[in-house]
Design a protein around this ligand. Sequence first.
Ligand code: FAD
Length: 315
Amino acid sequence: MANVLVFIDNPGQVLKKSSLELLTIARSLGETAVAVNGELHDAAATTLGAYGAAAVYRPSADDLDDYLVAAKAAFVAAAVDKSGATSVLLDNSPEGKEIAARLGIRLSAGVITDVVAVDADGTAHKSVLAGSYATAAKATTPVSVFSVKANSVNPEPAAAPATPETVTVDVPADAAATAARITAREQKVASGRPDLTDARIVVAGGRGLDGDFTPVEELADALGAAVGASRAATDAGWISHDAQVGQTGKVVSPQLYISAGISGAIQQKAGMQTAKVIVAVNKDAESPVFEIADFGIVGDLFKVLPQATAEIKKR
Ligand code: FAD
């Protein structure tokens, strides 16, 4: 039996940092089990043990990815029943939040989203309105479901690694879970850059790019960094919405965030203000972005960024 169940969807070879964060929080709440959908590679299974997972619940069905999220919610609900968990932790991604909502209905559980910390007594802390307010909430139901924002805690392996037992969970044949089947998938062309939410360095561009992200992309590639963007840039269609950082985009907490041609609106700050070092490049010395920057360069990004890229490439 476990008190806490973490859901990890298609972990791949190396667990994402956000999954390691969920495991770190879970351990602070009690005995931890993991519900894993998709292939579980040996390296990922070893990491689950290193992060203290006592059990790994696997679905009896191998076609959950053929359906929209409802089938995954049915699996996690069955894993909660089987494990006896009273807390469930998931990613705060749109899919994670939808699964959380469906679990709320299936398990009559209280659901708390956008969580940044959970106390041992189940009180969840949220950062709302672009970080202007911190709120605390606690479910009043026997089972609590939390979707946790990435970069909320530093991942810490367990003091002593566990050897998780594998438990197969029967996913109930359920008309609601299989009501919508995926009929086509298009593989996106891989950029070769690190995942934005996990990246150690992010180079982000805004409206100042004026439609041309080349200087940002070239600097990112020279640094091995991910590319981010303000909403002005994604709304203009200059770069994919996946790159948006901020209140309605991704929350990043890299070691270094380089902001170019971004004014630093509160909604942008909500997604990057916890970066360890912030470097801002803006041609307007009065831009609010300089209030949050550790290092500021007043200048034209079309000159500053290529100079930085050229210098880095020399090393
Ligand atoms: P601007 O504010 O127009 O700033 C462009 C900057 O580029 C200026 O400071 C200018 O001086 C500088 N610049 C121009 N040319 C150059 C040059 N050649 N060299 C150097 N600097 C130059 N925004 C987000 O980013 N993320 C969000 O998640 C988000 N969510 C939102 C949610 C809501 C509900 C709302 C209302 C807004 C949200 N926004 C979000 C939008 C946000 O309010 C700002 O409008 C947006 O962040 C502005 O983007 P920007 O800084 O790129 O553009």
